[in-house]
Design a protein around this ligand. Structure first.
Ligand code: FES
Ligand SMILES: [Fe+2]
Length: 357
């Protein structure tokens, strides 16, 4: 079960073809097959990935002047899903329109709405202006297709005590420091915000490789905000110990921003859209590359653990699992998602009730 009436990231804008002859992008989202392309006016569009003629996926076709052309017998559909051309005849058959989905390009993402189109309000899409600020936040991005339920990835990002174990050679460092971090959590209606402080600690390898700290020890923070169903924004860094990071003086050390976008593909797989922005040596493209490479290794460490976890959960579906103190944020996130699912279920049950005479 997935929350449907909300925005999910369908793709990076750069993944979507636009020129006649380009391949459209086929992707399964929330168990539905969609095809993504950009029309000749430059607008991105999402349609069901199934031709109205004989059902061939439109992602096997190509982008043309008038829209997207099926690769089998050449029917063309525009960005609203209307069939606009049938080779060899002038009449467009009735019922040849296919489903279209609201799709909005913003901050280098394409956000899709899989629920009731009448409810799709683009002003509800979160802002991530750092993707448009290459001077202060130069960044690189990627997408990992992970074979696990999307909730496992949200869980992973809600409990950072894993850093000292899964990522001890990269961004994590000493496990004790993570387990003992002071964590302030603010629960919100549609997610949560937390900040974790690791004061007067040795910086992890990624940090000390990237900047020269003035002291041997640093004050380190990790700030996360979750927006259900699948966006998490992160700001992390460190400055010389005792120089005021906790009071907001966070310039001059190491600082990065990560975006984590999580979109269910199926019940057992999801897409992990992420970007890493360099907030410490902005004029040095090699630093942005190095950061990206380090984060890529880090997230691949998560990828391995999450897929193993999914296999194991499938093997023992009836086991009960214990909660520990570190599960607080994860538990709240799970509750918000469960509440949203229940609200949607109640709404659709109400809609399907027979009208009173
Ligand atoms: S199946 Fe698409 S044109 Fe025939
Ligand atoms: Fe991780």
């Amino acid at each position: 079960m997935f929350i449907r009436n909300d925005w999910y990231i369908a793709a990076w804008a750069s993944e979507i073809g636009s020129k006649p002859g380009d391949k459209p992008l086929g992707r399964k989202i929330l168990n539905e097959d969609v095809v993504l392309f950009r029309d000749q006016q430059g607008k991105v569009a999402a349609l069901e990935n199934r031709c109205a003629h004989r059902g061939v996926p439109l992602s096997c076709g190509e982008i043309v002047e008038k829209g997207i052309q099926c690769g089998y017998h050449g029917l063309i559909f525009n960005s609203t899903g209307a069939c606009v051309e049938v080779p060899g005849q002038t009449v467009i058959p009735p019922r040849s329109t296919i489903r279209s989905y609201p799709l909005v390009e913003k901050d280098q993402f394409c956000w899709i709405w899989m629920g009731d189109p009448a409810k799709a309000d683009p002003s509800k899409i979160i802002d991530y202006p750092y993707h448009n600020d290459s001077r202060n936040w130069p960044h690189k991005h990627d997408m990992y297709p992970i074979k696990c339920n999307y909730m496992l990835l949200i869980d992973n990002l809600m409990d950072l005590t894993h850093l000292g174990f899964v990522h001890k050679k990269t961004i994590g460092g000493n496990a004790r420091v993570h387990v003992d971090a002071k964590m302030d959590t603010t629960r919100k209606e549609n997610g949560l915000h937390y900040v974790r402080w690791m004061l007067d600690c040795i910086p992890p390898p990624t940090y000390s490789k990237s900047v020269k700290f003035g002291k041997e020890r640093v004050d380190r923070w990790q700030e996360f905000e979750l927006f259900v169903p699948g966006a998490i924004v992160q700001w992390s860094g460190a400055t010389d110990s005792g120089t005021g990071a906790t009071e907001g003086k966070r310039d001059g050390g190491f600082s990065l921003r990560l975006f984590h976008g999580i979109t269910p593909e199926t019940d057992k797989s999801c897409f992990y859209f992420w970007s890493a922005a360099n907030g410490y040596r902005q004029d040095d493209p090699a630093a942005t590359e190095q950061l990206f490479d380090e984060i890529a290794i880090t997230f691949k460490e998560d990828w391995v653990i999450l897929e193993e976890q999914q296999v194991s959960l499938d093997r023992y579906p009836d086991r009960n699992y214990v909660e520990i103190a570190a599960d607080g944020a994860r538990t709240h996130a799970n509750k918000v998602i469960a509440r949203r699912l229940a609200e949607e279920a109640a709404e659709s049950a109400k809609k399907s009730e027979p009208a009173m005479a």
